[in-house]
Design a protein around this ligand. Structure first.
Ligand SMILES: Nc1nc2c(c(=O)[nH]1)N[C@H]1C(S)=C(S)[C@@H](COP(=O)(O)O)O[C@H]1N2
Ligand SMILES: [Mo]
Length: 429
């Protein structure tokens, strides 16, 4: 047998064990294929035969100094929506949340949001300047920043535009696009409060301005109180240096607050006594209210949740029988306390199991076993966080915020499951 250099996915998929498992039945949850059946399937790679890939030596330890996913996982990728933005540099792509398990988003799959593309920054030549209402304005090298006492925290980061295309009705054909402007990583860095102690904050200081080193020179005003609380000046993401797309070599991580204040490619922090007026291009993250007024600052990403299996990309393909409903919940106010799941559009609710760890301002996994009788369902999830905040219905959110909004749409989401197991994105009254 010749040794393939790089195993490639097979063509049309092999017959699935699981689809045939119902027949094998018995007392087990799912059963499994009988040995006779497997032999009858005529695939030489099925047990009890020795498969191809046991008949050659695989690649050695020098083949991939930096590993990549299996070639069979080629469809697990970030995706963008062409019509959403005019350019690819000032644009966004989406995390494939339908394909992920647990609470950590792999670095290569974290959604990206840029206003001026991704700059190429040599960490040797990168500096962070802290000035304004401080006693000792200072400029830090990356080495100096990494010498400070460090922290590692797991937090979600969500663009406030997540779900924003659906204020007027369901329109995205998958959970990747309806909810994929979120990722959750373990961020390592130095607490901003540590750096502020180094420069000495003056009494009059109440706000800070953070500026990125990208072509957009994106800047944001952030209240100093948040900086003193839990903001991280981060250089690592899931154990390795931050990816260029996510802010290499340095970014702000502002736990639970809207994505746009998490300034990437961070180069400057200025302290002042009031918020700054931002340039048109970067100051659009205001919430337009029903009365036509705009809320300038809506920092917290309130509790949200969505079922990621089933979903349009993951239909209920085994027919009637056992499924585990799985999803993610998160809240900028703290920990998720509870997630309820409904299969009848919100008339009846069952409390799902939360998978540990349940961390503050982090994605939280929930799951609920279901014996599907094959009838249509309207699947929903509803998160409650430790502050007591309950994820609102779309009607409640519209009543409070109207139809003019783009940002902060965290309403209960509905999937319609059809008898053939296909899943559609719908909004129900
Ligand atoms: N310098 C800079 N920082 C930035 C942005 C940017 O365009 N430039 N985009 C912001 C927005 S709107 C979001 S939602 C988050 C996205 O972070 P991510 O790309 O790591 O997912 O970064 C924020 N920080
Ligand atoms: Mo954003």
């Amino acid at each position: 047998m010749q040794k393939p250099t790089r195993p490639m996915p097979a063509g049309p998929s092999r017959r699935s064990f699981l689809t045939r498992s119902a027949a094998a039945g018995g007392m087990t949850l799912l059963g499994g294929a009988g040995i006779g059946e497997a032999m009858a399937a005529g695939d030489d790679n099925l047990p009890p035969n020795i498969p191809e890939w046991m008949q050659y030596l695989g690649e050695g330890v020098t083949a991939h100094p930096y590993g990549v996913p299996s070639a069979f996982e080629k469809d697990v990728v970030r995706r963008n929506v062409g019509w959403l933005t005019a350019t690819e540099e000032s644009s966004i792509n989406f995390t494939p949340i339908q394909d992920l398990d647990g609470i950590i988003t792999p670095n290569g799959l974290c959604f990206e949001r840029h206003h001026g593309g991704v700059p190429v920054i040599d960490p040797e030549r990168h500096r962070l300047m802290i000035h304004g209402l401080v006693d000792r304005p200072l400029i830090f090298t990356m080495d100096e920043l990494m010498r400070f006492p460090s922290v590692s925290r797991i937090h979600f980061l969500e663009c406030p535009a997540n779900g924003g295309m659906e204020w007027k009705g369901a329109q995205m054909d998958g959970v990747q696009f309806s909810h994929g402007m979120v990722h959750c990583c373990e961020w390592t860095g130095v607490k901003l409060s540590t750096l502020l102690a180094e420069v000495g904050v003056q009494k009059a200081a109440k706000w800070l301005l953070a500026e990125g080193a990208d072509a957009a020179a994106m800047t944001r005003s952030i209240p100093l109180a948040k900086a003193m609380d839990d903001i991280i000046v981060a250089y690592s993401q899931n154990g390795e240096r931050i990816r260029p797309e996510n802010g290499y070599p340095l970014r702000l991580l502002v736990p639970g607050w809207e994505g746009n204040v998490n300034i990437k490619w961070l180069r400057r922090i200025k302290l002042g006594d009031q918020p700054w007026h931002h340039r048109e291009e970067t100051s659009k993250y205001t919430d337009l209210m029903p009365d036509g007024k705009a809320r300038q600052f809506t920092f917290v990403q309130e509790a949200n949740s969505v079922i990621t299996s089933p979903c349009p990309e993951k239909p209920m393909k085994f027919g009637k029988g056992f499924y585990e409903i799985r999803g993610i919940a998160w809240s900028g106010y703290g920990k998720i306390r509870k997630v309820d799941v409904s299969i009848d559009g919100g008339m009846n609710w069952k409390t799902a199991e939360l998978q540990s760890p349940v961390l503050s301002r982090a994605l939280t996994r929930f799951r609920l076993p279901l014996q599907w009788d094959g009838r249509p369902m309207l699947l929903q999830s509803r998160a409650t966080d430790e502050s007591g905040y309950v994820q609102p219905t779309i009607e409640a959110l519209r009543a409070a915020r109207g139809l003019n909004s783009i940002y902060h749409k965290n309403s209960i989401h509905t999937w319609r499951v059809k008898p053939d197991g296909e899943v559609e994105n719908v909004q129900i009254a």
